[in-house]
Design a protein around this ligand. Structure first.
Ligand code: IMP
Ligand code: MG
Length: 186
């Protein structure tokens, strides 16, 4: 890690490099494109704020007409793990009835956030709902029957930051995924 970087003393290790992220994102975009008819319109629903960087890079490689929308369901405060309660802070702007929806999430952890988002969006009768998540921590799953259609990387049960993911709103702008030093939050 370069010593002149603001995060140089905060990270234990980089687990996914910028190049690995970008390469995998292109593959995911190709998989997603192949799942829809040519010219089928896709409403990408980014879960704020963590999915912003991922959605921006992913969308550039999806060869379909894409609409951007966002939802904010954060409930984690400054802690590192889920409290279990999911609040809708910002709802969609688009009417998704009869449309194809792709939920874009940064990380699938317990699964509680996605479970709530899916249940809520299903009541609006979209033509389809698919889910793409950049990272998955399978060891931490509490919601067992969660069907994720596209996943970038499986990672171990460690608290990670970067590329959209934060600790207390910090580190979202790192271009890679790194493990935060435990002494920073324990
Ligand atoms: P879930 O509801 O437990 O699946 O949690 C998903 C949300 O928790 C993500 O959208 C992140 O905001 C947050 N989260 C879970 N694990 C991490 C992590 O390792 N680093 C940063 N945020 C995380
Ligand atoms: Mg999040």
């Amino acid at each position: 890690m370069k010593e002149d970087k603001f995060y140089a003393n905060d990270l234990a290790e980089i687990i996914i490099t910028e190049e690995e992220l970008q390469e995998r994102i292109k593959e995911l975009a190709a998989e997603i494109t192949a799942c829809y008819k040519p010219d089928e319109e896709l409403v990408m629903v980014g879960i704020l704020r963590g999915a912003v960087l991922f959605m921006a890079d992913l969308a550039r490689h999806i060869n379909l007409p894409v609409i951007f929308d966002f939802m904010d369901v954060s409930s984690y405060g400054k802690g590192t793990y889920s409290s279990g309660t999911v609040r809708i802070i910002k709802d969609l702007e688009e009417n998704i009835e009869g449309r194809h929806v792709l939920i874009v999430e940064d990380i699938l952890d317990t699964g509680k956030t996605l479970k709530h988002v899916i249940a809520m969006l299903e009541t609006r009768r979209p033509a389809s709902i698919k889910i793409v998540t950049l990272l998955d921590k399978p060891e931490r799953r509490v919601i067992k029957h969660l069907n994720v259609d596209f996943n970038g990387f499986e990672i171990p049960d460690k608290f990670v930051v970067g590329y959209g993911l934060d600790y207390a709103e910090k580190y979202r702008n790192l271009p890679f995924i790194a493990v935060l030093k435990e002494e920073l939050y324990s």
